[in-house]
Design a binder for this molecule. Structure first.
Ligand code: HOZ
Length: 428
C-alpha cells in the first residue's frame, strides 16, 4: 500500500503559519533532502508512528537521547513518580545530588558537575568557565564541529548549519567570533600551531565527531590534543553531548582513555527529557558562582523530572551487556549496509563507533569535514526519501549520525538493510 501523508501535510501548512519554517529546529524541515517533514504522533520501542498512521523504524532516536527506545516503561515510571511530587521548584532537591553522584561516578574526570537544560547551555557554560578560569579569550574549535548554537561556536559549524549551508550564522556579531580559531578535525599539528602563542583559553572538540557525520579520532589525535593543551595551560573540553553514555558508559573519554579537563554531556543523560551537564576538574569548577566569579544559572536547571528520567536511564545502561549488545547491533547494521552498497555498485564510506553510524555517499575515507563534504548529497537525499517511503526514519542530513537503541532487534536491522538495498537500487 502506498503511504499517504495528508495529516502531516495539513499540520505542516498550519505549522508554517506560526513557526518559522514550520519546525522548532531547522534540520527537521527536511529541506536538504527535498522532502516535507512528517509529524510524529507516537513512539514505542524502535518504532515511531506519524500523524497519518504510517510506521517507521526509528534511526534518529530524537538525535541521540533515546538509547533505550521510545516510551521505555522504566523511564516513564521514573517520570510519573517524580511528577507526583511536583514539576519544578527552583530550589535544590535530592534527585539533583543523586544525578550529580551518578554522572561524576561515570566520568571520573568530573570532580564536580553542574546540570543545565540543553547541550548548547553546557558547551556555552564550559567555555565561559574556561575563559574565566584562565583569563584568556581565544578558543579553538574544529572545522565542521558543532557544539550547539552559542554565538562564538557558530563558526564553521556542522550539524544543521552544515546541512543548510550556513556554517557561520547571520546575527553573530564579528566581536563574538573574533576569538574563535578554526582548525581541521584530526589535525593535531594545526592545534599545536594555534596554541603556540600561549593565549588560548580552551580547545573544544567532539572526541568522536558526530555533527559532520560520524568521524572517529585518528590514532593518537586525542592524546596529542591532551599533551599540547597541557603544555600551554589551555583547558581541553570534550563535547560528549552525543557520545556520552553512547559509545561507552563513560563516553569517548572512557573508550579512548584520554582525560580532558572539562566534559559536556547531554542527550542520553536526560533520559529523553531536556537535561545536560558540564563538569570536570574541581579547581576549574570552583570558579563557578557562587564559589567563584564565573556566572552561570538556570530556572529549570536540575529539573526534577529530567533528573529522575536521566538517573533511571543511567541505571538501566549500567546493567551488564548493554554496550556489547549495542556493538552487536551496530556491527550487523554496518555489514548489511555495506552489502547493500556493494550490490548497488556505489562508492560508500561507513563510519561507525558502537551504535552511532554515518553512511557517507563518497568512497572515503572520511576523516574530517573536508572529506565529509565530498559526499554526493543529491544521492543521499534520494536514499533518504527511498528509506522513508519504505518505513525507515533516517536522519534527514548527510552530516548527522543515525543511532541504534537497545529496543532495536536483529529483525529491525535486517529490515533497514533490505530497505537500503531497495532504496539504492531504485533512486527516488
Ligand atoms: N542539530 C541537532 C542534531 N545534531 C538536531 C536537533 C533537532 O533538530 O532535534
Amino acid at each position: 500500500m502506498p503511504r499517504t501523508y495528508a495529516a502531516s501535510k495539513a499540520l505542516f501548512e498550519r505549522a508554517q503559519r506560526v513557526i518559522p519554517g514550520g519546525v522548532n529546529s531547522p534540520v527537521r524541515a527536511c529541506r536538504s533532502v527535498g522532502a516535507d517533514p512528517v509529524f510524529i504522533a507516537q513512539g514505542d520501542g524502535p518504532i515511531v508512528t506519524d500523524a497519518d498512521g504510517n510506521t517507521y523504524i526509528d534511526m534518529i532516536g530524537s538525535w541521540g537521547p533515546l538509547i533505550l527506545g521510545h516510551s521505555n516503561a522504566e523511564i516513564l515510571d521514573a517520570i510519573k513518580e517524580a511528577m507526583g511530587m511536583g514539576t519544578s521548584f527552583g530550589a535544590p532537591t535530592e534527585v539533583e545530588v543523586r544525578f550529580a553522584e551518578a554522572v561524576t561516578a561515570a566520568m571520573p574526570v568530573m570532580d564536580m558537575v553542574r546540570a543545565v537544560s540543553s547541550g548548547t547551555e553546557a558547551t556555552m557554560s564550559a567555555l565561559r568557565l574556561a575563559r574565566g578560569a584562565t583569563g584568556r579569550d581565544k578558543i579553538i574549535k574544529m572545522d565542521g564541529g558543532y557544539h550547539g548554537h552559542t554565538d562564538c561556536l557558530l563558526v564553521a559549524a556542522g550539524s544543521g548549519a552544515a546541512t543548510l549551508g550556513i556554517p557561520g550564522s547571520a546575527g553573530v556579531p564579528a566581536g563574538a567570533a573574533k576569538d574563535t580559531i578554526v582548525v581541521p578535525y584530526n589535525d593535531a599539528a594545526a592545534v599545536e600551531q594555534a596554541l603556540a602563542g600561549g593565549d588560548v583559553a580552551a580547545v573544544i572538540v567532539e572526541p568522536i565527531a558526530g555533527n559532520m557525520g560520524t568521524v572517529p579520532p585518528a590514532p593518537g589525535y586525542l592524546e596529542a590534543l591532551r599533551a599540547a593543551t597541557a603544555k600551554h595551560g589551555t583547558i581541553l573540553i570534550f563535547d560528549e553531548v552525543m557520545t556520552g553514555f553512547r559509545v561507552a558508559y563513560g563516553g569517548a573519554t572512557a573508550r579512548f582513555g584520554v582525560t580532558p579537563d572539562l566534559v559536556c554531556v547531554g542527550k542520553i543523560v536526560g533520559g529523553g527529557l531536556p537535561a545536560a551537564a558540564f563538569g570536570g576538574r574541581g579547581d576549574i569548577m570552583r570558579h563557578l558562582a557562587p564559589l567563584g566569579g564565573v556566572y552561570q544559572a538556570g530556572t529549570l536547571s536540575g529539573n526534577p523530572l529530567a533528573m529522575a528520567a536521566g538517573l533511571r536511564a543511567l541505571e538501566i545502561l549500567r546493567r551488564p551487556g548493554t554496550y556489547e549488545r549495542l556493538e552487536q547491533l551496530g556491527a550487523r547494521l554496518e555489514a548489511g549496509l555495506l552489502a547493500a552498497a556493494k550490490a548497488a555498485g556505489h562508492d560508500f564510506c561507513i563510519n561507525r563507533i558502537g551504535s552511532m553510524l554515518t553512511m557517507f555517499f563518497t568512497a572515503g575515507p572520511v576523516t574530517d569535514y573536508a572529506t565529509a563534504k565530498r559526499a554526493d548529497t543529491a544521492l543521499f537525499a534520494s536514499f533518504f526519501r527511498g528509506m522513508r517511503e519504505r518505513g525507515i526514519f533516517w536522519a534527514p542530513s548527510q552530516f548527522e549520525a543515525v543511532f541504534l537503541s537497545l529496543a532495536h532487534s536483529e529483525n529491525e536491522i535486517d529490515e533497514i538493510c533490505a530497505a537500503a538495498q531497495a532504496s539504492l537500487a531504485s533512486p527516488k
